[in-house]
Design a protein around this ligand. Structure first.
Ligand code: B12
Length: 306
């Protein structure tokens, strides 16, 4: 069974690791500890992490399997004042949720046929780190061997007890050796979310958290720092441990009229539904960003990157 799983991953260029379900509990306890000693901002914890660490979400007994799937960045085209404007989406954003399902269906058919496979709702980097699948960078993102950080982690419960991978797994997560004397990511982070004194990111300061969510950005955020339609690529693109960023087109084009509606302060949800905007965002796998996309696009047009 394990040989089949390994061959499945290798054929697709994925990395795979597995281990006992207790790894997830261990990771969850560690994050709860970081929350209780104030290493993690309480408001950030409640809004983003509680669902991953706060409740028992295992529905089947067995093992956990985590896959690192290489993903490129993607471009999306807008039309501003008659000119094409290509905005970048970091790896993982295009068809994020759909990718979990694609991988689940594929592994169920070819990697672990006959095995029940369910989504793992847990902190995936930390779980993958304990399983030896990834190492952390100083930017707090995880890196898989031969891939770097441009990947999506997909985690699953499987209803069989897979044999241990290696004797010393699960293990404590480790740092990339290249990070020991580097620190470039900390110096380019536009919001000082990466500090010298710790690996754990100050997530409440991360540009990604701000531009993925509604609301005004705090005054200390330089709007010119935005470099993607959603998210931020600064701490990954500068990283010597990463390959060049692969970029693919989504093929998605927002017409001049649609771009105008997105950028207008006065447009309504009906305007977005009547044009192709809503349908296009659903196809992109980002239906929740309808109300914030114009804000982000406007910031991008003003940023130093364009
Ligand atoms: C919440 C979340 C966010 C939040 C907070 C990020 C965070 N680090 O917590 C925000 C919105 C800011 C965010 C941003 C991004 N995210 Co995000 N996010 C998540 C989510 C849902 C949970 C992450 C989590 O577990 N946080 C809790 C913290 C405590 O866990 P941790 O970061 O692993 O922290 C551990 C380390 O710091 C370690 N540690 C502490 N000290 C030390 C010291 C040493 C020496 C070592 C080795 C380790 C170590 O201990 C901590 C655990 O106890 C996951 C999906 C999932 N289900 O897991 C995606 C996920 C982590 N995100 C992902 C991505 C791609 C991003 C972005 C790159 C997106 C973008 N381009 O804009 C940025 C990266 C920001 C950054 N530099 O970290 C990917 C990461 C892929 C990868 N290559 O690692 C994930 C896994 C989604 C996926 N399915 O692929 N994200």
């Amino acid at each position: 069974m394990i040989e089949k799983l390994r061959a499945w991953a290798e054929q697709r260029g994925y990395r795979v690791a597995w281990g006992p379900g207790s790894v997830v509990e261990r990771v969850q306890q560690e994050i709860a500890r970081r929350r209780s000693c104030q290493e993690i901002d309480p408001r950030f914890f409640e809004s983003q992490l509680e669902s991953l660490v706060g409740k028992e979400n295992r529905r089947i007994a067995g093992s956990v399997v985590v896959i690192a799937k290489p993903r490129p960045a993607h471009s999306v085209r807008f039309n501003i004042d008659g000119k094409d404007f290509d905005a970048l989406l970091p790896p993982t954003y295009f068809r994020y949720r759909a990718t979990f399902e694609d991988v689940r269906m594929d592994i169920a058919e070819h990697g672990l046929p006959g095995v029940q496979i369910e989504y793992l709702q847990a902190p995936l980097k930390a779980t993958a780190g304990c399983l030896g699948l990834v190492q952390y960078g100083r930017n707090n993102i995880s890196y898989a061997p031969g891939i770097g950080s441009y990947m999506q982690l997909c985690g699953y419960w499987v209803d069989v007890l897979l044999p241990p991978m290696e004797e010393d797994i699960p293990a404590a997560p480790s740092l990339l050796p290249q990070c020991e004397n580097c620190g470039i990511c900390g110096s380019v982070c536009p919001t000082e979310a990466i500090s010298e004194d710790r690996v754990l990111i100050r997530a409440e300061r991360c540009l990604t958290l701000m531009n993925e969510n509604p609301g005004d950005w705090p005054d200390w955020v330089n709007p010119g720092a935005h470099n993607c339609l959603l998210g931020c690529l600064e701490c990954q693109r500068c990283c010597p441990a990463n390959p060049d960023l692969p970029v693919e087109s989504t093929g998605l084009v927002f017409s001049a009229a649609e771009t105008r509606i997105l950028l207008s302060d006065e447009s309504t949800p009906d305007d977005r539904a009547e044009t192709g905007i809503r349908m296009k965002l659903a196809w992109l796998g980002q239906p929740y960003v309808e109300s914030i996309l114009g804000r982000n696009l406007f910031a991008l047009t003003r940023s130093k990157y364009f």
